[in-house]
Each structure stands twice: as structure tokens, then as C-alpha cells.
Write a protein that binds this ligand. Sequence first.
Ligand code: URA
Length: 445
Amino acid sequence: MNIVEIITKKKLGQELSREEIGYFVRAAATHDRTMAEDYQLTALLMAIRLQGMTARETTDLTLAMRDSGDVADLSSIPGVKVDKHSTGGVGDTTTLILAPLVAACGVPVAKMSGRGLGHTGGTLDKLESIPGLSVEESEEQFLRQVREVGVAVIGQTGSLAPADKTLYALRDVTSTVDSLPLIASSIMSKKLAAGSDAIVLDVKTGSGAIMQTLEGSIELAKAMVDIGTLAGKPVVAIVTGMEQPLGTHVGNALEVKDAIDVLSGRTKGALLEVSLLLGSHMLMLAGRCATPEEGRAMLESALRTGSGLSRLKAMIECQGGDPRVCDDVSLLPQPAVRREVRAGCTGYVQAMDTMALGLAAQAMGAGRIRKSDALDYSVGFILPVRIGDRLEEDTSFVTLCARSEEEADRAEAAIRAAITIGPEQVAAPPLCYAIVTKDGMQRLG
Ligand code: URA
């Protein structure tokens, strides 16, 4: 077997065997150039992007990537451990809300999260905006924290799914990210390697999602549920809307503030609703409740009593951060320039190019353009308007948090261009479109 034969087979649309898949995954994990050069892996990725993979090939690819490194052992943490993963969005900070709430309901959350990718934000970057907080812990510290505090959110160690790391970096720069088998195997290999007993997936759909059409998102959800089921783990995938940012705040410290406002009961709305929905399914998979409604009631009680916020505080303290941010959000990094912008016109918000909104935040310094870029945690924007809202000339449209007046000007122009305002009212898009389990799909909304 050699890499040229494998590339040729996939180029011709033929099915790869488990051994052939194992070969190139090993080459990616070990960087063994006698097995395959990067340009050959890239050619194979493009062949997969163009020819697709069968369900069997996608599962074999996932399991080979999972086994390319360590698989975390969470067995020293008592109880059913449930993980959650979002395919990525804008203003999508559900982890910071549901992880402490679920923990407050007695289900341990041992979560390994990622950094921002392209236009989407990352939980690790958001957490690092809290003064002093570290997302790097040894395995021993991580396990101890989950046993003692019930929740930890840290970065994934380099030894989990190293083949995905290599392949993802190549995909990122060769226009091969948007491939269903490659996305499904990339996400599920990391989730399976992270060692939880069950997984809730938040598959985004709409203008800010990796899969922008509903049918594409449902297909991705089904593929990931099938992989989890074949790997022996209960998986529920919930397809939720990303036609507009989920929360009102976009940017690292701003999203931490949004999460604290939700956990303090000061903010309601889409971010809270989706967090409760995902969290209720986590509680169900952990066997803590029989229905999502029952799970929601438990989470709402943790919200009302403040035990969710207390868990977040304990987690921040354990990870070296300043827990006082939970009582005083002004301790989070503050921007050099803050500018409130009015609508300046009348009409209805009809649509948003959410990817463009995410890119506007990235350009302000909230995300990386190059891998080595340092972030400015204070920047981003607050967008209180949502699709379907009526705007008057003096409606508060956006508050910009920027490094300079010039960057605020550029962001204002980009945000205005990304939001369509017109004379006819449109309906607010649903928050949730479908729930996929191993038993089938239920369409909602
Ligand atoms: N997130 C991942 O981890 N992998 C992908 O391929 C896409 C999104």
C-alpha cells in the first residue's frame, strides 16, 4: 500500500478500506514523510472533499483519528460525564452558561474546548479574558477539579487526536474544510478522545454556520449521531439557528459578561433558551431527568437560586482567575474606545450576514487572522437588535468596543453592511430546527 494508490482510488470515487484509511491517518499523526508528504495528504483531502465518503469510511476515519493519540480516562470522576460541542457560531457562548448550570444539577462536566476558528469564537479565548485564568491544566489537576468543583473547562492536550490537528491545519489553508465526512470525523474523533460517556452536539445552521443550509446541517447532525452510536456512545444532536448572533454580545470579555448576566438572571433571550435546551438534553443523557421539560425546570432552579453562578465562580477560582468578575463585570478587560451607534433609519431588521459580523469582530482584534496573532480581549460589539425587530431613527443599534476610533469606523461600516433593513417585517427565525437521536429525527420550529 502507498499514498499514491490511496489518492488515486479516492480520485476515482472508490471506497477506501479501513487499512488504507489507517495508513494516511498514521502518516498525519506521526508526520512520517516516508509514508506521505503534506502535499499528498492535501491531494487526498481534496479527493475526499470532491468524492465524499461512505458512512463506513467516515466512521473508520473517525475511529482511526481518535486512536491516533491518547483517549482521556475520566473513570476516576464518579457519575455519568456528558460533553457538549458546538459546530461554531457568533455570540455563541452557551458553554459558559450550561457547564456550571449542569454541574449545579449534579452532573460532572469535564470539558475540553477550542479556540476561535475563522469567524467563530472559541470558549478558551473567552475564558482567558478573565484576569489570571488558565485553561492549561495537567490531567491530574483537571480530574481533581471536576471531582471537587463539578466543572472544568480546559484546552485539549496535544496528545488527543493528533491526526486531526495535522489534517485540520492542512484543510484550513486548502479549501477543504467544507466537507461533511471531514467535519463529522474531525469533531467526533476529538469528542470520543475526550472520554465523556455521552455527547450533546449543537449543530448550527444559517448564515453564521459552517453548514449554512438546514438540510446540510441535518445531514451533518445525522452523520455525527451515527458515528457516536457506532462507537457505543449516546449522542443527541440539536440543530439550532445561526442566522444571527446567538447572544447580544460578540467578543471575548463581552461574551463572558453576557454569560454572567444570564447566570445572574439579568438577561433572558435566545442565548439562555438555547443553553437551557442543550443543558436539559445533557441532564437527560446523564439520567438525571426523564424529559427535556424536567431538565429545563432543574436548570431554571439552579439559575434562580444562583447555584449556577456559584459554580462558575468556583471554576474560575480553581483555574487561577479572579472570581470577583462574577459580581462586578467591570473587572473584565475594558476597551479604549466605546461608541454607541443609533439606527439612523426606520424599518425592520430582515436578515443578517452572521459570518460577516463574526469577521468584523475578528478584524477588531477579537479573533486571529494569523495563528500567532495576540487577541485584544476587550473588543467586539453589543448588538441588541434581532431579525424581525422594528427600528426607529434613534433605536440603539450597536455599541462598538474598539482599540481605536479608526477601527470603530471600519467595524461600524462592516456591521451596517451585514444587516439588511427593509420596510416589510419578517418573522423571527426559530431557535431550534431539529433534534436528531439514534432513533430518528424530530423537526421543530
Ligand atoms: N470544527 C472542527 O473541530 N472540525 C471541523 O472540521 C470543523 C469544525
